[in-house]
Design a protein around this ligand. Structure first.
Ligand code: GLA
Length: 659
């Protein structure tokens, strides 16, 4: 079963017919059919063209394009069109434009300018969503709803008075009493004791560092405020069209929104992914966020937007070299996407995205881009049977948004160099290089299905989360600066690792960040064979005092000379520092747990291997041909070749082996 009633994988992109004449529409649908496009996203930014005055709807043009698409066998991911409030609404209600932390109200003229807490905005979006749902409920082209667009892009938060009121309501619901809030926020510090709810405000720009507990609640609130916008529309859509699945396009590993919570409100997860072609680590970063998308609901997801070639919003927008669009698209499918969708179908001639690539470029059909679009469409059709299949991972990386927000709170930590994305990648990259399937998981989920669980960092860790980790029977690895604070960002009594102390068998007496550019030697301790392996710590170290953990590695030289750096208690490993090379720790844990890569053999550099259902995806991101031993014979779905023993994969080429 796919995500929608469209059979096979979805292939298509955002389509903005309102930017083109109807003559061009006819050409578009013909070319879409030629390329094998079976789905397009329509009406994302169409509010001003659909509701031209309050309550005055003009669906005529959208009816015509939906009919035309349907006549050509193309399904529609229909946006509720609420991403950009129209000028008439903004001019009548200037208060719905967002205000930044310094109190400046932002102007109209871009997109996604709205205060998430504005009742006027929310009511207007719900009215439009209802009108759309009632109008299109029986349209045969409609296969999914696309609510809003990239929540958290442009507008992450709003600091206006309306938001302040909403924030107070949210705080009242969380804490009940001012006493509870004062205690949770630690307002005895710096004289912030509140005596009336009306004194509470968003963490606006202040003379110095703002209370980090206030900032943490603000992050929670801001994610919830946007989610409330999504949910208000969702409710209407579910009432009018209960059988049409609902999603919104996520933005990969986005700091601002708690996607565990968001995903629970969707029928399926979809994502917009823009790996930078100029970044050699792009495939690994993309794989990490794709695995997150697959993990969010533990089911297939949809790559709803990606760039056929260059984007237009980086300082330097490098195109994708021949073959890279295909390779990156297949990578998303390998990691669980049930389709390959792009921004956008036809390259715009005006607006801020006129230089953003498209499936059909300015140059038309006699272009490399168009030829690659056609070829990719054919490949996507060859992979139709992959739709709906799932991946089983034995390793999980823990990710918790609240902890992430706490870890990256401004101006209050021993070091601001610990960034969660980098910490996740430092573990993910070597796992990916070994062809090991990885899930992301929140620390409170049942983890018993995994053999290895790694918490790169769990700065904020509650007693319940610690108990969940303690109940995990497999191999657990915990990274530094974990178990430091509780849900209110208050340091656990006795200091780190707080509720993890018994599990880790140690306490952290002092945090010892390493200045930029300096390193700290670390030597493996107990294994004489490893004594020659000198490891390097950078950025972070800790003064550990052991209860009943034993030492795996110690610092050599420097302020912590001779003290424990990496420890073990039972099946739990703790790293008190950030190691440049995690290989020795990882190899040992994976061996002990019996976890191997999906091919069962070492992968050549640059080759990625993923299993999805009965299919083994082998992707060569490298610049040289690679020979990959095959775990079993099978047929390559992309070429129809029968393969045995091993396969040579050209640079930027891929094999999808069906056993
Ligand atoms: C996001 C947005 C699109 C477009 C692309 C450009 O995915 O949703 O509307 O702006 O970025 O990369």
């Amino acid at each position: 079963m796919g995500l929608t009633r469209v059979p096979g994988l979805l292939f298509g992109g955002d389509y903005n017919p309102e930017q083109w004449s109807e003559e061009v529409w006819n050409q578009d649908v013909r070319l879409m059919a030629e390329a094998g496009v079976n789905a397009v996203t329509v009406a994302v930014f169409s509010w001003s063209r659909l509701e031209t005055a309050p309550g005055v709807f003009d669906f005529g043009w959208l009816d015509r394009i939906l009919d035309l698409l349907h006549a050509h066998g193309i399904a529609v991911d229909l946006a509720t069109a609420t991403a950009t409030p129209p000028p008439w609404l903004v001019r009548r209600h200037p208060e719905l434009q967002p205000v930044d932390a310094a109190g400046t109200r932002l102007e109209f003229g871009s997109r996604q300018g709205y205060c998430p807490s504005s009742p006027v905005f929310r009511e207007a979006t719900v009215r439009l969503a209802r009108a759309m749902a009632e109008h299109y409920r029986d349209h045969p082209a409609l296969v999914m709803w696309h609510i809003g667009n990239e929540y958290g892009d442009h507008t992450v938060e709003c600091f206006c008075e309306e938001s302040a009121r909403d924030f107070r309501r949210w705080l009242q619901a969380r804490y009940g009493t001012l006493e509870g809030l004062n205690s949770a926020w630690g307002t005895s510090c710096w004289g912030q004791h509140y005596t009336e709810w009306t004194q509470l405000a968003p963490p606006r720009k202040a003379p110095g560092p703002v209370n980090p507990a206030q900032v943490l609640d603000w992050r929670r609130f801001s994610s919830d405020a946007l989610l409330a916008c999504f949910e208000a529309e969702r409710e209407v859509l579910k009432e009018v069209t209960p059988d049409i699945p609902v999603t919104t396009n996520f933005m990969s590993l986005l700091h601002h929104l708690d996607y565990w919570k968001w995903a629970a409100a969707e029928d399926f997860v979809s994502d917009d992914a823009y790996p930078d072609p100029a970044d050699p680590q792009a495939p690994v970063k993309a794989a990490l966020s794709y695995d997150l998308m697959r993990s969010l609901k533990q089911q297939p997801w949809l790559l709803l937007e990606s760039a056929p070639s260059a984007v237009s919003w980086r300082a330097v927008n490098v195109p994708k070299e021949p073959g890279v669009m295909r390779l990156h698209s297949l990578q998303a499918v390998a990691h669980g996407s049930d389709g390959v969708m792009f921004f956008q179908w036809r390259q715009a001639r005006y607006g801020p995205e006129k230089f953003h690539s498209a499936m059909l470029p300015h140059g038309g059909t006699d272009t490399r881009q168009w030829r690659e679009t056609l070829a990719l469409g054919a490949d996507v059709r060859r992979l139709a049977e992959v739709a709906g299949s799932t991946t089983r991972a034995e390793v999980a990386l823990l990710l918790d948004w609240e902890s992430w927000w706490g870890l990256e709170a401004p101006e209050s930590l021993p070091s601001d160099r610990l960034r969660l994305h980098g910490l996740l990648l430092s573990w993910y990259a070597p796992l990916h290089g070994r062809g090991i399937a990885v899930d992301l998981a929140p620390p409170d989920r049942d983890l018993s299905g995994y053999k290895v669980v790694i918490a790169p960092n769990l700065y904020l860790c509650t007693a319940e989360q610690a108990a969940n980790l303690a109940a995990f029977p497999g191999r657990l690895v915990v990274g530094p600066f974990s178990g430091v604070v509780d849900a209110a960002d208050q340091v656990h009594e006795g200091g780190a690792p707080g509720p993890l102390r018994e599990l880790l068998g140690l306490r952290v007496e002092e945090f010892w960040p390493i200045p930029d550019g300096r390193t700290q030697d670390v030597l493996a301790q107990d294994d004489p064979a490893r004594n020659s392996t000198r490891l390097t710590a950078r950025t972070w170290s800790e003064w550990l005092e052991l209860d009943d953990a034993h030492v795996l590695a110690r610092y050599r030289g420097g302020p912590l000379d001779g003290r424990p750096a990496v420890t073990r208690r039972g099946t739990v490993t703790y790293l008190g520092c950030l190691l440049d090379d995690l290989t020795p720790v990882l190899d040992e844990v994976l061996d002990a747990a019996g976890v191997t890569g999906v091919t069962g053999a070492k992968l050549p550099p640059g080759v990625e291997a993923c299993r999805r259902g009965d299919h083994l995806f082998l992707l060569n991101h490298g610049a040289a041909a690679a020979t990959v031993p095959l775990p079993a014979s099978g047929t390559d779905l992309l070429t129809g070749r029968r393969l045995h023993g091993s396969v040579v994969i050209a640079p930027r080429d891929a094999v999808v082996l069906k056993h």
